[in-house]
Design a protein around this ligand. Structure first.
Ligand code: FES
Length: 120
């Protein structure tokens, strides 16, 4: 899945892309409400895009943040404001929401706060 073009313009017109899978399995798991929740808030320098299958069916709705390559699994619309606030605006991915297949605890950024405020 290619990165959003806005990352590569000169100068770049975005700094991050949020790709929300809208393929069949993720849609059955509520992906349309997840992307709607992201799109409800304008985030400076961040583009939110629907994506095709991200190859992780059954773990959705899947959300991939690029170029960070942070993947969130089983995202609920109610969790989106926290992703926006902490990750997209604050620069701290939410460890408790990470897709464990790609992000093990040992690989989590040591700067992440895994205390109570990271819970889902
Ligand atoms: S349908 Fe979303 S990852 Fe495959």
């Amino acid at each position: 899945m290619p990165y959003p073009e806005c990352l590569f313009t000169t100068p770049p017109t975005c700094v991050k892309g949020v790709m929300v899978c809208q393929n069949r399995t993720c849609r059955k798991q509520g992906a349309a409400r997840v992307i709607a929740a992201f799109q409800a808030t304008a985030i400076d320098q961040v583009v939110v895009l629907p994506s095709g299958c991200l190859g992780q069916c059954g773990n959705g709705p899947m959300v991939r943040v690029v170029p960070d390559e942070v993947w969130y699994a089983r995202v609920h619309p109610d969790e989106v404001p926290a992703v926006i606030e902490r990750h997209l605006l604050g620069g701290r991915p939410i460890v408790a929401m990470l897709y464990r297949k790609f992000h093990s605890r040992s690989h989590a950024n040591p700067n992440h706060n895994e205390s109570g405020d990271e819970s889902r």
